[in-house]
Design a binder for this molecule. Structure first.
Ligand SMILES: Nc1ncnc2c1ncn2[C@@H]1O[C@H](COP(=O)(O)OP(=O)(O)OP(=O)(O)O)[C@@H](O)[C@H]1O
Ligand SMILES: [Mg+2]
Length: 373
């Protein structure tokens, strides 16, 4: 059954401009947690914010929500500048981990509370519909003290959703759910988001979750958005080594190499005399030390010893849909992981050659990690 409540008349864009947050505590050095973020999120778009612990994800959401002051920069919802407005005037739905539920009220009463105070029409149907879709029927009569952390999380999510906000901010909304509930609630969240048209930012540590939910990914590190693009763009065309390593499972292989430019073609030598890979990169001089990135999915094992890089299989794992061959190269410390087709099998000590499509052999500046093109 679908809900009877009408979606927001017009979905709103969310625009961040040079957003900065500096924390300063007395007697201590100030710390810049968010270092000038620019992001233009389209009306109704779902953006997943990904990044390592401490990179500034929660701080960014809290500034947008109005729970944290903005040091500088601007936040606009549609054309409206909101960075100086109190949280209650921004019209943002927040589903954060710090759930503030009223202890004496049941879950249902908690969900209805804000809506009734604002005399929202159809509040009961809205609460019933959303809670059913988030599989909350069995907890509606319980008090908050009796809830598990996974249940509390769903209450926080439902509470943000029933307000039917134009902008929705979710900080790891499903992290306490068990694997199967997590998948189902994730799907329902995506459907609700599409149906209602909330412009949404979801913080997650889970790549599969990010990929399944997001229209675009924002990959963040050290207070800076390193890349903002569709999942395919981020995976296929990483802006720098950080993004290449952060997105993708199994992780991208990272090796040291030396560029060889001859007769208009560029190759990159791997290891000591083990061979070279062709690349489409042109902006590199002969003899330059570079960092090479090759995804396990892009590596191809062959037997033609004249082509590619000679490697030795160290061990092989058969994982039903595919295999993983970890191999070693003379003169290279790191192992190279190759994802192989399900039908293939390799033995330890087997000598093979490794190639990759030239456009999938990424080069990065060895110092800055920036992508060479
Ligand atoms: N109130 C505060 N005062 C000082 N420093 C803070 C404050 N809140 C956060 N920080 C610092 O700002 C940085 C970013 O924190 P933030 O909580 O935004 O990270 P995060 O990306 O959400 O991490 P996680 O994935 O662990 O939740 C961290 O280094 C943190 O220690
Ligand atoms: Mg956080």
């Amino acid at each position: 059954m679908t809900t009877t409540v009408t979606p927001p008349a017009t979905a709103q864009s969310l625009t961040l401009d040079k957003l900065v947050k500096t924390y300063s505590s007395r007697g201590r050095e100030s710390f810049q947690a968010v270092k000038g973020i620019d992001m233009a999120i389209r009306p109704g778009e779902l953006v997943a914010l990904l990044g390592p612990s401490g990179c500034g994800k929660t701080t960014t959401l809290r500034m947008i929500a109005g729970l944290e002051t903005v040091t500088s920069g601007s936040i606009r919802i549609g054309e409206r500048e909101v960075s100086q407005l109190p949280a209650s005037k921004r019209g943002i739905g927040v589903g954060f981990e710090s759930y503030a539920l009223y202890p004496p009220m049941s879950v249902r009463e908690n969900l209805l509370y804000g809506l009734k105070a604002r005399k929202v029409k159809g509040a009961e149907q809205m609460v019933d519909s959303i809670s059913r879709r988030l599989e909350m029927d069995d907890m509606m009569g319980l008090r908050p003290a009796g809830l598990s952390s996974g249940q509390k999380q769903r209450v926080a999510l439902a509470r943000a959703l029933v307000r039917n906000p134009p902008v929705l901010l979710l900080d790891e909304p499903l992290s306490h759910l068990d694997a199967s509930a997590r998948q189902r609630v994730r799907r329902e969240l995506k459907v609700l988001q599409r149906e209602f048209g909330y412009t949404t930012i979801v913080v997650t540590h889970d790549q599969v979750e990010a990929l399944s939910l997001a229209d675009r990914l924002a990959v963040m590190d050290a207070g800076v958005v390193q890349q903002f693009g569709t999942p395919d763009e981020v995976f296929d065309d990483p802006a720098n080594l950080f993004v290449a390593q952060f997105v993708g499972e199994p992780q991208i292989n990272v090796l040291h190499g030396v560029a060889r430019v001859a007769g208009g073609t560029v190759r990159v030598e791997i290891g000591s005399g083990a061979g070279a890979l062709h690349t489409t990169v042109t902006g590199v001089a002969d003899g330059t030390n570079v960092t090479v990135g090759i995804r396990p999915q892009d590596c191809v094992i062959g037997t033609d010893t004249d082509k590619g890089v000679r490697v030795t299989v160290a061990y092989f794992e058969h994982l039903l849909e595919f295999g993983l061959a970890t191999s070693t190269v003379a003169g290279v410390e790191e192992g190279i992981v190759v994802q192989t087709p399900a039908a293939e099998s390799y033995e330890p000590e087997q000598q093979v050659t490794l190639t990759a499509p030239a456009e999938r052999v990424y080069l990065f500046d060895s110092d800055s990690g920036e992508r060479l093109r």
